[in-house]
Write a new protein. Structure first.
Length: 110
């Protein structure tokens, strides 16, 4: 009988406790994630070279990349390709990227 009374009190307490509005708890979790910093890189191009050639590099050396002027750059977030874009000149001689393509992601089947 004491067990039954305790169970009823727990049920009453649970009913009296305010329940979060539907979707509000999810929204708070998402809001917390919106401030997480991600590593964003703009890749102009890449190349491979032997260590001997790398060691000969000095100020003024030119490294040939696999892309031509005018080809889109790659936008990488946490080392994952997410978009491509064109380099643009911003005020105060700064660079930016104008997105021209969002890369469709896939869900891997594990």
């Amino acid at each position: 009988m004491a067990d039954e009374a305790e169970t009823k009190q727990e049920e009453i307490g649970a009913e009296a406790a305010p329940k979060p509005a539907p979707g509000k708890a999810d929204s708070q979790g998402i809001d917390a994630m919106l401030n997480v910093g991600l590593n964003v890189q703009i890749v102009l191009g890449q190349t491979r070279m032997p260590i001997a050639q790398l060691l000969k590099l000095s100020r003024g050396s030119i490294i040939e990349l696999d892309k031509s002027i005018g080809q889109p750059v790659e936008v990488m977030i946490n080392e994952r390709l997410v978009a491509r874009g064109d380099l643009v000149r911003l005020p105060d001689d700064r660079l930016g990227v104008s997105l021209i393509e969002i890369v469709k992601d896939y869900v891997s089947e594990e």
